[in-house]
Write a protein that binds this ligand. Structure first.
Ligand code: NAP
Ligand code: X1H
Length: 355
């Protein structure tokens, strides 16, 4: 397969929480993979809330721009670096968890990839988003049949999997979201109680309908939502801090919750609050990905992809549309995982699927 001499890459040119202001696209010569590496032509790239933490320089404090960006992709192997690439061959479809995915081509270590049966956008959400839900709930959730689990931003990239993982563990699952369409999606996922926090008062619903509290909370919103969640923990309950999206675009600090009564409340209920960061759990990625992909292929796990077209806009296609896709995620309109198809001139594979 002949390769072009040059390719386009997005990189962070200046530190900013405003994604569009932070990035630039550069044209570079095609690289050659070394031993144990693969040259991949990225097709579907995953957008994450934390892409703006990356452009703000929060991941690698002290590292000056320019640096590459993007955590994950699904693409096609176009060159192998010879030895140490396992059984991966040219032409194979692979899923990749490695830096620098916001690029038409990328050199990646073979050990950070998983072979796929086909190029399918539905595998992108099984990377960062589903792995975060599956590993954090296994490690920290203390789930058991009959327990109650509350998922915030439940119709989002990672929330959709937290709902399904908790259901599969036999739990009663509550999910929050901001539109009635998302409420319908959450019910399709098996969510027992979908709460539209724009039309219902979350605090009141939890107080009135769950007076004994919630056993486990998968919390990714932060601020007032975090405070409300902490106050609704059951005795021996646990809250997992997955993120605090309300603070990411803010340069002035993080609205991490201002609930002064938190220490006595946690003590009185023997409850706990713990943080989870996926990149501290790399050893668990492979086994969990293989399990998630198998469930997806059997139709037992839904993986919703959103390419923007459901909201009446043109689907995100090509590297230039990545800033639009990040802004779409921050608009609160997206459902499931926001994905960009970088193969702009190929026929679309239809990236918003309810599988
Ligand atoms: P996402 O959930 O697909 O998108 C964001 C959603 O969050 C929105 O659709 C919106 O849904 C909700 N939201 C609530 N307040 C918001 C606000 N002020 N601004 C924007 N959105 C708001 O995004 P994601 O990439 O899957 O990330 C979700 C969370 O998981 C983030 O906190 C992220 O950092 C975290 N995460 C953590 C890890 C880890 O390793 N700890 C890994 C992956 C993701 P509603 O309709 O519900 O408001
Ligand atoms: C080495 O471990 C980390 C962990 C988190 C390095 C950086 C971060 C980070 O920037 C993040 C982050 C990453 C992923 C995600 O989904 C959410 C968040 S929130 C966050 C962060 C931002 C500013 C801080 O002062 C602390 C954490």
């Amino acid at each position: 397969m002949a390769l072009p001499a040059m390719y386009r890459r997005m990189r962070v040119a200046k530190l900013s929480t405003q994604f569009r202001d932070a990035v630039e696209i550069v044209t570079q010569p095609m690289p050659t993979p070394g031993p144990g590496e693969l040259l991949v032509r990225n097709r579907y790239i995953g957008i994450n809330a934390s892409d703006v933490n990356y452009t703000a320089g929060r991941y690698n404090p002290g590292t000056a721009p320019p640096f590459n960006i993007g955590f994950e992709a699904v693409g096609q192997v176009v060159r192998t670096g010879g030895s140490d690439c396992g059984d991966i061959k040219e032409g194979d479809a692979i899923a990749i968890m490695y830096d620098g995915s916001f690029s038409e081509y990328n050199v990646v270590p073979a050990r950070r990839t998983f072979r796929l049966p086909r190029l399918d956008a539905g595998y992108v959400p099984l990377l960062v988003s589903a792995l975060t839900a599956a590993i954090s709930l296994e490690e920290l959730g203390d789930l058991a049949p009959g327990k109650t689990v509350l998922v915030t931003a439940a119709a989002g990239g990672t929330g959709q999997f937290a709902v399904q993982v908790a259901k599969a563990a036999g739990c009663k699952v509550l999910g929050t979201c901001s539109t009635d369409e998302k409420v319908r999606f959450l019910r399709e996922l098996g969510c027992d109680h979908a709460i539209n926090y724009k039309t219902e008062d979350l605090k009141k619903v939890l107080r009135d309908e769950y007076p004994a509290g919630v056993d486990c909370i998968y919390e990714s919103v932060g601020g007032d939502t975090f405070d409300t969640c902490v106050k609704s923990l059951a005795t021996h309950g646990n809250l997992i801090i997955i993120g605090f999206i309300t603070g990411y675009e803010n340069d002035l600090g993080f609205p991490m919750g201002r609930y002064a009564g938190m220490p006595p409340m946690l003590l009185r209920r023997s409850a706990s609050v713990r943080g989870f960061f996926l990149f501290h759990h790399t050893k668990k990625w492979k086994s969990h990905f293989l399990q998630l992909a198998s469930l997806y292929e059997q139709g037992k796990l839904k993986s919703l992809v959103d390419d923007g077209s459901q909201s009446g806009r043109a689907p995100f296609r090509g590297i230039d549309s990545i800033p639009d896709a990040v802004e779409y995620l921050y608009s609160k309109q997206s459902q499931g995982k926001v994905v960009v198809d970088l193969w702009k001139d190929e026929p679309s594979a239809g990236t918003r699927s309810r599988l």
